[in-house]
Design a protein around this ligand. Structure first.
Ligand code: SF4
Ligand code: SF4
Length: 188
């Protein structure tokens, strides 16, 4: 085919030498690069046996807190939902009935409390906004799930264990907690 312009520059392709045709130098060069990496410090770790330490500013999945007597701290005031930039939190408020004082700390409580983990950006503003030390972020990942509805966390997923029935689980949940460096909301 005839060129439309005269800008075409023919490329000279020199013939391959004997060693180039053998491909051995290129193979050895590749192996040398691989060998060099054998003795370098590994960037991978043997998860789950080994885990990396979390960054001090890591914020993981939320939990709903109980007090030392096992009562739910949340009063369904809605401040966390209001502070949430991702609109990930919804709740329904209910009034505590006589005889339920051992279950709920205040006169009002969250009959339903949900966080949509697909929306959450783990900013921590819900924890900052809570006046009752009821919601906080932990050093735990949100586990994977095959269904979108599996990422809507309700009270069964969010509430930490009751210290009366599961003191070990309660202590462990407290241990996972990331202390707020500003000290907001942790003093109630
Ligand atoms: S961490 Fe941020 S985005 Fe997630 S629920 Fe709390 S306020 Fe919303
Ligand atoms: S978690 Fe805290 S801020 Fe959110 S509704 Fe409950 S008490 Fe209010």
């Amino acid at each position: 085919m005839e060129a439309l312009t005269n800008r075409v520059k023919p490329v000279e392709r020199p013939d391959m030498s004997f060693w180039e045709r053998m491909y051995l130098p290129a193979v050895f060069k590749g192996m040398a690069i691989t060998l060099k990496h054998f003795f370098k410090k590994k960037v991978t770790i043997k998860y789950p046996e080994e885990t990396r330490p979390f960054s001090p500013v890591f914020r993981g999945v939320q939990v709903l807190n109980r007090d030392e007597e096992g009562r739910e701290r949340c009063t369904a005031c809605g401040l966390c939902a209001l502070a949430c930039p991702a609109e990930a939190i919804t709740m329904e408020c209910a009034e505590r009935k006589p005889g339920e004082e051992h279950l709920y700390r205040e006169e009002k409580y969250a009959a339903k409390y949900e966080i949509n983990m697909l929306r959450c950006i783990f900013c921590g503003l819900c924890e900052e906004a809570c006046p009752k030390d009821a919601v906080y972020l932990t050093e735990t990942f949100a586990p994977s799930n095959y269904q979108r509805k599996g990422f809507i966390y309700g009270k069964p997923e969010l509430l930490i264990p009751d210290p009366k029935t599961d003191p070990e689980g309660f202590a462990k949940s407290k241990g996972n907690r990331i202390e707020n460096p500003l000290g907001h909301g942790n003093e109630h």
